[in-house]
Design a protein around this ligand. Structure first.
Ligand code: ADP
Ligand code: MG
Length: 399
């Protein structure tokens, strides 16, 4: 089982790295978590429900004002960023279009959009560290955006409404990075609370806490360490198929369709559009059922809903892959007697992670067994960790 430093250890480490790289102590340290979606996959852009929780894996940013000499003569603020992961520093000017390495675009987009709202930080030096696996479907990108927005809040002293902040970060990913993501990831990183999953109605943006603090139950996340290229190209295709299905059924989005209406309207849809719609309609219902099951500590029902979600994503939505199916099958073969309640693919698909609901006392043994058997089946080393529901983005240290 993989372990990560606690947030306070990671923050101290980030501050120390900042001092090494920039030669002074940071003035501000902020953190934003990654997230795992428990259930409700590919429902966000259909105006449906999702049920993510923030995880105890964080993007941490430490920052200080840049020396005057570094700010140059430019009218825009110059931001110098060093990512521990990338191992190099980059400089960009807020408000100026520039060719940047992709990882910098997340920061640049958020700084730009906030400057347009009058949040100007002055020239800054920023150091980025992270324990959110990159590109694994745990939303390191949203964590980076939300951490950046939280840093700008800390520096300017202007606090944004959490929903506005999440929407602005989504806008940065849509417009600057060019990824047409929904709102779930940024909402989770900005607004989740410790001990709770967050049910988000992606139409009204209303959030409902779903308590998840039973110490006997754990959330086990397994990164398949597989990412198929299809994920970026198929995402817009799935979105378009959902829009096609909604318009053929004469509704604004698939949120407006219930199972009976879908069954009645099947002849209006192509076979593929029908399968996509069946996933979305079923999955929206499963989020509500899962929330009720969790509220009643009915983990068996919650687990069954996770398996149903996985089957639907594999067969109707067609966004799984053999390696992920193997992880879910291995979990399922351990079963309730071995402490596994349920398991499913999480994130956009075509690789990434599974999320498994299991008994806390058996979590380590479950992870060991799944990792060993996965290695036997695929020759790939997966990575596993458990997480409690974590606190959303916040300032760690403010001087
Ligand atoms: P996910 O959000 O599932 O992790 P994405 O592809 O959406 O995957 O986002 C990953 C991208 O976020 C990386 O390619 C990189 O550009 C950026 N990123 C993530 N973590 C870091 C980091 N520690 N330092 C710099 N950039 C990072
Ligand atoms: Mg992402």
């Amino acid at each position: 089982m993989d372990t990560a430093p606690t947030l306070s250890e990671l923050s101290a480490r980030t501050a120390a790295r900042f001092a090494e790289v920039f030669g002074q102590a940071p003035n501000w340290t902020v953190a934003a978590p990654g997230r795992v979606n428990l259930i409700g996959e590919h429902t966000d852009y259909n105006d449906g429900f999702v049920l993510p929780m923030a995880i105890e894996r964080y993007m941490v940013l430490a920052a200080g004002p840049a020396a005057a000499a570094e700010s140059g003569q430019s009218s825009g603020n110059i931001i110098r960023v060093f990512s521990d992961l990338i191992g190099s520093a980059q400089t960009f000017t807020v408000g100026q279009v520039a060719e940047l390495p992709p990882w910098c675009v997340y920061l640049h987009g958020v700084f730009d959009l906030l400057a347009k709202r009058g949040l100007n930080t002055g020239p800054l030096e920023v150091l980025v560290t992270s324990t959110v696996p990159l590109g694994g479907g745990l939303s390191s990108s949203a964590a980076l955006e939300v951490a950046t927005a939280t840093l700008v809040e800390a520096v300017t002293g202007q606090v944004l409404d959490g929903r506005d902040k999440a929407k602005l970060c989504q806008q940065a990913e849509n417009q600057y990075v060019g990824m047409p993501c929904g709102i779930m990831d940024q909402f989770s990183s900005a607004l989740c609370r410790a001990g709770e999953a967050m049910r988000l109605d992606c139409r009204s943006l209303e959030t409902t806490p779903v308590p998840l603090s039973d110490p006997n139950v754990s959330i086990l996340i397994i990164n398949s360490n597989v990412k198929h290229e299809l994920s970026n190209s198929e995402y817009p295709v799935r979105r378009a198929q959902c829009e096609e299905a909604a318009s053929a059924l004469g509704v604004k989005s698939l949120r407006d369709v219930d199972p009976a209406a879908l069954a009645a309207g099947w002849s209006k849809l192509s076979e593929v559009a029908y399968k996509r719609a069946r996933h979305v309609v079923g999955e929206i219902a499963r989020v509500l059922e899962f929330s009720d099951a969790a509220a009643n500590a009915d983990w068996s029902t919650a687990g069954e809903l996770m398996y149903a979600s996985h089957d639907s994503l594999r067969d109707d939505y067609e966004v799984s892959c053999p390696q992920i199916d193997t992880l879910v099958e291995l979990a399922q073969s351990i079963g309730p007697s071995g402490g596994v309640y349920g398991s499913r693919i999480t994130g956009g698909g075509f690789g990434g992670c599974t999320v498994t609901l299991c008994e806390t006392a058996k979590a380590a043994a479950i992870a060991d067994r799944i990792l060993a058997e996965y290695k036997d089946h695929t020759d790939i080393e997966a990575m596993a960790f458990t997480s409690r529901p974590a606190q959303g983005a916040h300032v760690v240290r403010y001087q």
